[in-house]
Design a binder for this molecule. Sequence first.
Ligand SMILES: Cc1cc2nc3c(=O)[nH]c(=O)nc-3n(C[C@H](O)[C@H](O)[C@H](O)COP(=O)(O)OP(=O)(O)OC[C@H]3O[C@@H](n4cnc5c(N)ncnc54)[C@H](O)[C@@H]3O)c2cc1C
Length: 443
Amino acid sequence: MIKLEKRYDVIIVGTGVAGLNCALNVSPEKSVLVICKESPDKSDSYLAQGGICRLPEQDDYQCYFNDTMRAGHYENNPAAVDAMIRGSQEVIDDLIGYGVDFARNGDGSLAYTKEGGHSRPRICFHEDTTGREITTHLMSAARSRRNILIVPYITMLDIICDGSACYGIVARDGKNGRLYRLFADYTVLASGGVGGAFENSTNFRILTGDALAICMRHGIPVDHINYIQIHPTTLYTKKKGRRFLISESVRGEGAVLLDKNFKRFTDELQPRDIVTAAIRDRMTKDGTDFVWLDMRPIPREEIMNHFPGIVQHCLNEGYDVFRECIPVVPAQHYFMGGIRSDTKGATTMPRLYAVGETCCNGVHGKNRLASNSLLESLLFAKRAAQDINSGYSPIDMSAATAAEAALDLSKYSNPTRLLNEYRAEVRAEIARCAAAESKDGAN
Ligand SMILES: Cc1cc2nc3c(=O)[nH]c(=O)nc-3n(C[C@H](O)[C@H](O)[C@H](O)COP(=O)(O)OP(=O)(O)OC[C@H]3O[C@@H](n4cnc5c(N)ncnc54)[C@H](O)[C@@H]3O)c2cc1C
């Protein structure tokens, strides 16, 4: 059993692509603790199917920029979009350097697929398990670094802070119940989205927005918390639990949506929110709980090579995609809002960073363009690490000790209750912001 030290140079909360890429880019002489709530494979990064965007060539820049802005309803932060697109080739090069195996054309060049909202193919992929391919390679690179310690089953319950800085976290070991108060010169929240707070979601159930609730309690601003993306196509089932995603690249490669009479009713390659609205509208008109997705327009070999995971999952659920349509329904998928951060991952609280899906740097605007999320998480996590490296200074230990002494430890005596409170606070804030927005829209 690992016993944690009292102090690390950097503590990172989350072992998805954001947390791991941040850890890998912190200076190797700095000690880095990376924690996650359960096992490391229970991150949404691991589930990503479709792929990761890359600017294929310079003359696509404006088109990629426009696609991202159009999907985001032009509410995106243009500086963040620019940084993401310009950094995309470096991110893919880094991943290839860690051993990630992206699909290639016959001549060895990267193969690109297309998804909804993209004017042209620019998405790198590994079958339909791109997230697993990326995350496992980042994880093994991180595990091979002597300065990085990855400890699963440790849940952050709070941050240690005062009005002027963050000094670390309060965390609980899920295996033995031990409560830790850990100091760090820099704390990075890379704790993913909020899908676990929704009944129907493609996300892991453990991702309930703890970091958001903690920030809200400490008065650290969160932005656009009601900007929740609903994915148009998850496999319809009456079973409880996580919803299985049918990747958008299936439609990018030619699959079509059909109503109860097996008639097409929308352009399948519009941005997600538009396709979702069209599906919901059709379900209401038809009085059905799902619409059909027909993968048979895609050549059989392409389905076998590109989507083996989807084929197998559908078979397990009793559907043969080569012979029949599959029932699909929209479900919660992604979180565009989050802890306010700049394009270096810095929050408004000194020494506290937020990267990946838990943060909001405005890159996605009101609606994320497909396959921009892994890219954004990786890029801005690297930038956060670089920012930490360049301005590095240790915490003031007397201030940190005072902030620790001021903690009310009774708050953490019932962690299940506390985490449920966090989940409820996130849901309430989402509802409050959504209501305020629709009232503003009506005025
Ligand atoms: C089914 C599915 C398919 C997707 N496909 C794509 C795709 O093809 N392309 C794309 O770009 N994006 C895709 N996405 C979105 C993308 O995977 C995520 O947005 C991205 O991986 C988020 O990475 P992250 O590192 O921010 O968070 P995550 O990978 O979700 O990691 C969150 C981490 O935080 C930890 N954590 C949370 N709370 C705590 C706490 N209190 N204490 C300790 N640890 C905590 C968790 O244990 C976990 O390790 C998909 C998402 C899903 C669900």
